[in-house]
Design a protein around this ligand. Sequence first.
Ligand code: FRU
Length: 485
Amino acid sequence: PLYSEPFRPQYHFSPPEKWMNDPNGLVYHQGIYHLFYQYYPDDIVWGPMHWGHATSEDMLQWENKPIALYPDENGLIFSGSAVIDHNNTSGLGTADKAPLVAVFTYHDMEKEKAGGTDYQTQGIAYSLDNGESFKMYEGNPVLLNTEFKDFRDPKVYWDEDSGKWVMALVAGDHLRLYSSENLTDWDYMSRFGSDKGAHGGVWECPDLFKLPVAGTDEFKWVLLISINPGAPNGGSGTQYFIGDFDGTTFTSDQNEARWLDWGTDNYAGVTYNEAPGGERIFIGWMSNWTYARDTPTEVWRSAMTLPRTLSLSKINDDYTLLNYPLSGMSDLMNKEIDIDLEIAPNSYEAIAMESGNQSSIHFTCPLVSFSLSLTNDSGEELVIELNREEELLVLDRSQSGLVDFQEMFSKIQQMPLDNLPEGDLEFDIFLDASSVEVFVNKGQFAMTSQIFPTKSFDELIIRNEGSKELIVPDLRTFSIKSIWS
Ligand code: FRU
């Protein structure tokens, strides 16, 4: 059957075959969520980029579509976004047919070889049939550049407050904001970030949006910036800034980087335009440039994270961005086990995982020291450890299956649990054939990692590493339905 190869994700999106990286053009229109993505249709390593395409009514079950955008005389099609031009400001649609407009980066390989700084520009393409087919705009590129070697990944949205289109894009070490009345003529507004956040590598894939602060009538602006390398556990990662945007300039409340996800495998993530109900839904690429081309799959390469709802909360007086799987995920889940655990110091409890790696695990417990191992009878083991003294969550995938295709893959990953609220910690762990996503406190902390166990894990072992009895009331496991069957 289709999609049953070793390591094939069963409830995460992966392309039917060949290489995929960043999610692109996330937009909702007339009942359809679009997922475009960086795609190379000829190999399972990165190559001349196209936009692949899939659609969904719920962001869980996906229908694969033909390739949406092909390279042309202006270059390869790098990352970008999509908008619905409701007022036909671009003139590319008609009064009663709003065009879906994709805004992307052209990467001109010939010019790159010539060694200049003019080879990344922005182009647009439009669709009058809700993404089924696209036409390239004849006046491409719409935003030229001669100054910056890196000048890419436009995220465009309609800014209600100022009544114009805003484009966020990155130029190496900073964000640049542009505005437009018609999606074809762009004016520079401002820049942000050369002196803020992490700069261990180049800035990529920005996203700028407004969110309500839970439980208040306040709004704050959030800026997502991917960075490669320079993430806390190595290679690629996603930082965020919380601040304000006055229609021209973004200012941040913080100087230091904060991380959306501490795991090694959540990169280039951006959010949907026009999601119903004002929801802010994020999808990331579940890989890391350090080893993306080396992972042991054969037919396709890499998958997306679960779609996650983003929200802002004030935790101990600190504005915090939370990311947590879509509530609709519960439609795929069926409860298997519900038990109370009382584990003595230095002792453990073993629980059979009937649905193996198509499962999730949920529980709450105080800040204590324990380890949670997922194992199989081939001796493979994925370990997640909570360390009370150091207030750390540790993920060790060094024995989790195939790991030696690249050096960094075996490194132990750490997530500092700073600024915990009073009370118990809440854990949600989602396991798929080649990934694990760990959420603490409904997304106050997230850790996403690829894994390549050669067999499904079938046992969960919880070990008390503290000096008092470990009490876990109500540990639940769920089986998760395949989206492909
Ligand atoms: C991020 C990225 C983007 C670029 C794309 C090329 O992973 O490097 O900056 O547009 O991938 O495929």
